[in-house]
Design a protein around this ligand. Sequence first.
Ligand SMILES: NC(=O)c1ccc[n+]([C@@H]2O[C@H](COP(=O)([O-])OP(=O)(O)OC[C@H]3O[C@@H](n4cnc5c(N)ncnc54)[C@H](OP(=O)(O)O)[C@@H]3O)[C@@H](O)[C@H]2O)c1
Length: 282
Amino acid sequence: MEGKLASLRIALWGASGRMGEAVLDCLGEQSEMSLVAAVVSEGSTWRGRLLRERFPSAPAEQRFLCARDCPPCDLILDFSGAAGFAEALSTALRFGAALVSGSTGLSRQDEERLEQASARIPVLWAANFSLGLIVLLALAEQAAAWLSDFDVELLDLHHRGKRDAPSGTARALGEAVIRAKESQGCHARAVFQREGARGEGEVGMVSLRGGDAVGEHRLFLLGKGERLELAHQVSDRRVFARGALRAASCLAGRPPGRYRLESMLPSLVGPVELDRVGSRPV
Ligand SMILES: NC(=O)c1ccc[n+]([C@@H]2O[C@H](COP(=O)([O-])OP(=O)(O)OC[C@H]3O[C@@H](n4cnc5c(N)ncnc54)[C@H](OP(=O)(O)O)[C@@H]3O)[C@@H](O)[C@H]2O)c1
C-alpha cells in the first residue's frame, strides 16, 4: 500500500518506560494517529492496569497489555529496549505492520532480523530521533574528514537507569568518524575502555551515567594547538518522541524496505521524504 493511511493504528512497545511515557504524552498532538495498544512485558507490574492511572487523558477502558494480546495495527513504535525489540519486530511481521524502533543495545542477531524483516515490511531504526543529533552526525563526519589528522574522542552522558554503554548514538557518531577517517586513508578503530596510553588511530568513547540526564553527546577533535568541540544536549524526552512519531507518520504505508532518518532533514525546510536503503522487495 503506497501513501498515507487515513488513521494510523499504532501499537507502542515499552509503553510503561520513560520513552513510552514521552510518546503517550505527545500522541495527543497527532490527530491522524490512534493508539490501539500500549504494550509492556509479560511480567510487568503495569500489565492489565488502566492507562488512566498514569495518563488522565487516555481513553477510559484502555489498558497496558502484553504482546500476545496486541490487536492488529498499522505500525509498531518500539521503545522497549533490547528486551522487547525481537517481540516488537515479530509482531510487526505477523500483522504486516511497519516498524519504527528507537531501541538501543540490540544484538547482532537483532540487527540481522531487522535486515531480513525489511524484505517484508517497512522498517526504520534510529539510535536517536532528535533532529539536532541528525545534524550533528553529518557535521561529525564532515569535520572528521576535513580534520583527518586530528585525534577524535567521544563522550556520552545519560541518566543512571540507562542500560547500554556506550549509547547507540555514541556508536553511530563513532562509526561516522571512522568512516570519514578511512575515506581519507587513515586507520581508525573504536575503543570503549582505555587503560594506559592512547593508541594510534583510536576513537575513544567514554560513557558517564548518573542522575536524570536525558542525553548529551560531545565530540572532541583534538589537533596540535587547537581543538574543535561539537556537542548536543537533550533536556526533554519529548524531542525523541516527536521525532519518532514524525518518522512513523512518514513510514506507514510505504513499500517494504529499510528507511533512514537522515533523509528527514529536508523536513526542516520542506516536505518530508524518506530514502529507502538496502531493501529487498517481496
Ligand atoms: N532512539 C531514540 O531517540 C531514543 C531516545 C531515548 C531512549 N532510547 C532507547 O529506548 C529504549 C527505552 O528507553 P527508556 O529510557 O524508555 O527505558 P525504560 O524506561 O527502561 O523503558 C523500557 C520499557 O520497556 C518495557 N519492556 C521490557 N521488555 C518488554 C517487552 N518484552 N515488551 C514490551 N515492553 C517491554 C519495560 O516495561 P515493563 O517492565 O513494564 O514491561 C520498560 O519500562 C532504550 O533502548 C533507550 O536507549 C532511544
